[in-house]
Design a protein around this ligand. Structure first.
Ligand SMILES: [Zn+2]
Length: 469
């Protein structure tokens, strides 16, 4: 659609939607600029035309996603493609894309002595058992929506590539298998044997990447990047390589807003707790909520505070937030001190007096990546293995989301991660048992409660992002 585009929040390069690519063409490894292409929608749709009965989010919200808007001028052909793809995914994996369950959880809140109204969205019901497939659909749909019928020809399909040994790899292999695209998965030698066996059953080409003593960084990501340089498509949930991953991920936010609007009294969330590893989930949720607010989806009036949760043992994004708050304080000078309480400090950072400084600094730091985002050393360990990324790839978008919504960061102890997972498994009926990573948002809520950062009666949302160990 006219004015639809993607803009790199690092260098400012802007591409019209018709020339969309996954990675910023100006990206370099050594310029300290955070190159990530972020989707920007031009004219927003009349949300009254959204079919509330349509359960496939990529169909229901096709006017709110950059990649599906590419075929807006031929809705019949677009619908035919979307339905055909979903049938293939459902036939191959037993599950197509359907709205995932959202429910109030009073028993869980009582069991954890929480005096908030708790809502949980169950992403274990998603394709591949997690939220990851939503993100990957951004790139896949771009192939079908921009290449049209040529994407249907196996001979013209470029190889897909991903570096992961967890839910993202399973989601990638599930989708690639369903649509018969070749996929290479780059994994460490100690990847879980059951996951490797599952990936092989799905036809993925597995590439083992041992750590090389003299080279810094993740060897799987390095091998993946080499494959992309040689022409593979970055089928990954990392914004710097694949900006389209936040486009597909926005479906989660649209569903959340729509589902709440159809509950009695149309409740609005005060806080939303989101676990952060690479950051694409939290970034997508923020972008989706912003677009929903702008379009008037579900009569949304304000955004919830987006509170991010990382394990105490590995928290590169929380470190970046703390650095940012210190830098704002330095610019403000001794005249006004930042409050120590995290929630009060978040409000201070977006107060009328301080917001201009916060925004000015935000405008600068995407060109000073190294000051804020560095690989976590030593290599992190935690029960929440799915959010152990040594860098938060989409840190800038998540940081912006926190600062604009008054969200604050939380560090979850290992014991709290265990409590959250165990209580989640006991009190919430999910499609598959929630994992430590999947319940880490709840661990953040528990941490906020223990630290006195919640108000009685507030509405809090939590995403159960996936199952497994
Ligand atoms: Zn750029």
């Amino acid at each position: 659609m006219t004015h639809d585009r993607a803009r790199c929040h690092g260098c400012g390069l802007t591409l019209p939607a018709t020339r969309l690519v996954p990675r910023c063409p100006a990206a370099r490894d050594d310029d300290d600029i955070d190159h990530v292409l972020r989707p920007q929608l031009g004219a927003l749709p009349d949300v009254a035309t959204i079919d509330a009965g349509e359960l496939n989010p990529f169909i229901a919200y096709r006017e709110l996603l950059l990649v599906t808007r590419l075929q807006a001028d031929d809705d019949a052909a677009r619908l035919e493609t979307l339905r055909r793809l979903d049938r293939a995914i459902e036939q191959a994996s037993g599950r197509g894309f359907r709205r995932t369950p959202l429910g109030r959880q009073p028993a869980l809140a009582r069991a954890l002595a929480l005096d908030v109204e708790l809502w949980i969205k169950d992403e274990t019901a998603g394709v591949g058992g997690s939220h990851k497939a939503r993100h990957l659909m951004g790139l896949l749909l771009h192939q079908y929506m921009s290449r049209g019928t040529s994407a249907s020809s196996p001979a013209s399909r470029p190889r897909l590539a991903i570096a992961s040994c967890g839910n993202a790899a399973l989601a990638a292999a599930t989708l690639a298998h369903a649509v018969r695209w070749p996929l290479s998965v780059f994994v460490p030698p100690d990847a879980a044997p059951d996951i490797l066996a599952h990936l092989r059953r799905l036809g993925a080409d597995i590439q083992l990447c041992p750590r090389e003593r003299d080279l810094p960084g993740d060897p799987c990501v390095r091998a993946f990047a080499e494959a992309v340089d040689q022409g593979a498509l970055p089928f990954t949930v990392q914004g710097p390589f694949n900006g389209l991953c936040t486009d597909g991920g926005q479906t989660l936010a649209y569903e959340l807003v729509d589902q709440l609007a159809h509950e009695p009294g149309a409740p609005a969330l005060d806080l939303l707790f989101v676990q952060v590893g690479g950051g694409a989930l939290a970034c997508s949720v923020y972008d989706g909520l912003r677009h929903a607010l702008a379009a008037g989806l579900g009569n949304l009036r304000r955004l919830p505070r987006i509170c991010v949760v990382q394990p105490e043992r590995a928290h590169p994004l929380v470190r970046a937030y703390e650095q940012f708050a210190v830098d704002v304080g330095d610019r403000v000078g001794p005249a006004a001190q930042a409050p120590r309480d995290p929630r009060a400090r978040a409000d201070w950072l977006r107060s009328d007096a301080i917001r201009p400084i916060t925004r000015a600094l935000l405008g600068e730091i995407s060109r000073a990546r190294g000051r804020y985002m560095r690989a976590w050393r030593p290599a992190p360990t935690s029960l929440a293995r799915g959010i152990l990324d040594d860098e938060t790839y989409d840190w800038y978008g998540v940081l912006t989301g926190m600062l604009e919504t008054g969200g604050f960061p939380l560090l979850a102890r290992e014991s709290t991660l265990t409590r959250a997972r165990d209580a989640g498994r006991e009190h919430v009926e999910t499609t598959i048992p929630v994992s430590y990573t999947g319940a880490a948002g709840l661990a953040g809520l528990l941490t906020a409660h223990e630290r006195g950062l919640l108000r009685a009666g507030e509405r809090a949302g939590v995403l159960f992002t996936g199952g497994g160990s």
